[in-house]
Design a protein around this ligand. Structure first.
Ligand code: FO1
Length: 319
């Protein structure tokens, strides 16, 4: 298939996604294909319950971004958001550190009620994306709960949002566990979407807590291979450091080098193309030794135009 920098009407793309990094990448992909030909398979291992509500941060970040209503500076939550309900909840609850906005709460109330009535996370995610007018398919990675637990020196084992938001990702990471991964299956539609893809993309997300959990679900790696589609992964490090988040601490805490080629090694046997920022060009040889083609370009996604240039460049390499 010839891939152009204009819209590619027939191209079917699946994206394995975490939250904010993936959302910024998707802003660049969306103008290049038909909305209905995009499937985003989203990490759910940082889902959490707050005030009895089921919050799925990555699913919501992707939905709000594709709908063009995400908060641009934070990347998560909604634009023009207010926090009156959270302030009022502070009267009854001690823990109000997770910033749930007033309008964002509507999504969590709707999701929680639907799950309580017996719907699956896939079904309710479909209802939420349709309510936002999206034609793309957004799928949770699994309908079974899988949760990231981070063991931090001196702090014990923490739920992901406790580690990331409450503790601001401080302390030495000793291990990362995925509670429930042994019993989880890919959500309906995940394997089919992967098998039918022309291209599979892995945005600059955290491999440990966003992408590898999806790849660990039974059948996912095989479906990627069965698709015959080229698979491109973008390094989440620029100049050897993450733009946002604790990936550097996770890599070093788990005994890896803090480098793009160390991330590439985690995708060995999966990705054919590994995208590096110009500042990490010296890593290209190491990426080649892992059996992947390196692509060196600008990977900073701080504007939609840059994101579009990056994605167009990747797609043209895969043609
Ligand atoms: N991230 C923060 O750093 N602080 C917050 O208070 C916060 C609230 C929040 C509310 C809804 C939502 O969908 C996401 C939110 N996030 C917040 C982002 C989230 O913690 C992480 O970005 C993801 O879990 C990592 O992918």
């Amino acid at each position: 298939m010839v891939i152009s920098r204009a819209k590619n009407p027939k191209l079917r793309v699946s994206v394995l996604a975490g939250g904010v990094g993936a959302a910024r990448f998707l802003r660049g992909l969306l103008p290049l294909l038909e909305e209905k030909n995009l499937t985003v398979i989203v990490n759910t291992t940082d889902d959490e319950s707050f005030f009895g509500l089921h919050v799925s941060p990555d699913l919501d970040t992707i939905t709000y971004t594709l709908a063009g209503v995400a908060n641009r500076s934070r990347g998560w939550g909604l634009e023009k958001e207010t926090f009156h309900a959270l302030k009022a909840l502070g009267r009854y609850y001690e823990d109000t550190w997770f910033q749930l906005g007033d309008r964002d709460l509507a999504t969590h109330i709707f999701r929680t009620e639907a799950l309580r009535k017996g719907k699956t996370l896939t079904q309710v995610t479909g209802e939420i994306t349709r309510a936002f007018g999206l034609q793309s398919t957004i799928l949770p990675m699994s309908n079974q709960p899988v949760r990231t637990r981070i063991r931090v020196a001196g702090a014990g084992t923490l739920a992901f949002q406790d580690y990331l938001v409450k503790r601001r990702a401080t302390g030495q990471v000793q291990s990362i566990q995925l509670a429930g991964i042994g019993k989880a299956k890919p959500a309906p539609g995940v394997l089919r979407a992967l098998r039918q893809s022309d291209v599979i993309l892995i945005p600059p997300s955290n491999p440990f807590v966003s992408i590898l959990p999806i790849l660990r679900l039974p059948g996912v790696r095989a479906a990627c291979q069965q698709s015959g589609a080229p698979i491109a992964a973008v390094s989440p490090l620029i100049g050897g450091a993450p733009i946002k988040g604790p990936l550097d601490r996770m890599l070093s805490g788990l005994g890896h080098e803090v480098s793009s080629s160390a991330v590439a090694a985690l995708y060995r046997g999966i990705a054919n193309l590994f995208v590096l920022d110009r500042r990490d060009a010296t890593e290209a040889e190491a990426v080649k030794r892992l059996g992947m083609s390196p692509l060196i370009t600008n990977t900073l996604l701080n504007t939609p135009a840059r994101a579009r240039r990056l994605v167009a460049h990747i797609l043209s390499e895969l043609a």
